[in-house]
Design a protein around this ligand. Sequence first.
Ligand code: UT7
Length: 335
Amino acid sequence: MSSRTLLTAGITGVGMDFPERRLTNADLEKMVETDDDWILERTGIRERRLVEPGVPASHHGAAAARKAMAHAQVQPADVDLIVVPTVTPDMMFPATACVIQDLLGCKRAWGFDVSAACSGFIFALQAARAQVETGACRCALVIGTEVMSSIIDYTDRNVCVLFGDGAGAVVVQPVSADRGGIVDYRGYVDGAGGRFLNMLAGGSLHPASHETVDKKMHYVHQEGREVFKFAVKGMAAITTEVLERNGLGAGDVSLFVPHQANIRIIESVRERLGLRPDQVAVTIDRFGNTTSASIPSALRVALDEGRLKRGDAVVLCSFGAGFTWGATLLRWTTD
Ligand code: UT7
């Protein structure tokens, strides 16, 4: 049997791209029975971005990828894998990864979409990491991109205040061990949680019909209180698991980057883990919940704010529909 040495995979570029159009809490007050105080206190969201009508997920996804590639100084011809986590693909098929490959002109790349909702970015990053570590790929793009506004019922106040559109992307490449890189990952799914957060129609179980449209089955359905409880427990437990098995404690974490679903979830997880507020990335106030785009865009914001430097211990953590949850531990690789 031949033994192979694994390379170390690291994030070498980060980009994000958001639509200009803002939907504020004041705008929502005119659309449903809600108010700024409730939204801000219960979710931490002040505004979210929405695409112009007709703009698909590939558009901002490709733009975010271009910025990540510029950061990493890679060309389209260097890219040999494109992984796109999304719950709002341009269409059922072909994959949005294929659409973005064409937009970017990455002629050597193969790729696929990942369906893991708010954990999509973390699961997709692990897929890219594995390809890079084994040497099967030299340069991967992981692009979380969402047009959540395409699956939101803007008459349902339980859901419409929460979500926003946008994209975040990273480049994953082999890095020399002294530059850090991805250290560890853990993911879980629990299909029994599927009933609490879903979009039921449009697949083979409930193909699109007049009836599915009339019953609003092409919109996000969420039992928020249930999801909230599982999210806090799951995110705190999986982060503890990953830190402990690497001999790290809360004090060793330079930046904790949680999925941005609700400021109260982020705060509860932070308290359970014993992290200080300055160790945690928060962008939910300006973007709302952007599903697979929330973690890569929060990384870009942290970089822009000078909160990440080479060698820092960073933990990415998510919870989403499925249920799905995951955590990635890395040593930061870029400036
Ligand atoms: O990203 C994927 C994972 N998703 C999540 O992690 C989301 C998890 N869940 C949550 O973030 C929260 O549960 C929500 C933000 C969705 C809801 O907050 P909550 O504190 O759990 O509220 P609730 O659903 O228990 O509702 C409390 C009250 C209800 O009124 P009654 O029944 O007490 O009279 C709701 O009807 O708040 C009402 N309500 C609203 N009021 C004003 C619900 N939405 C609104 C609203 N404006 N937009």
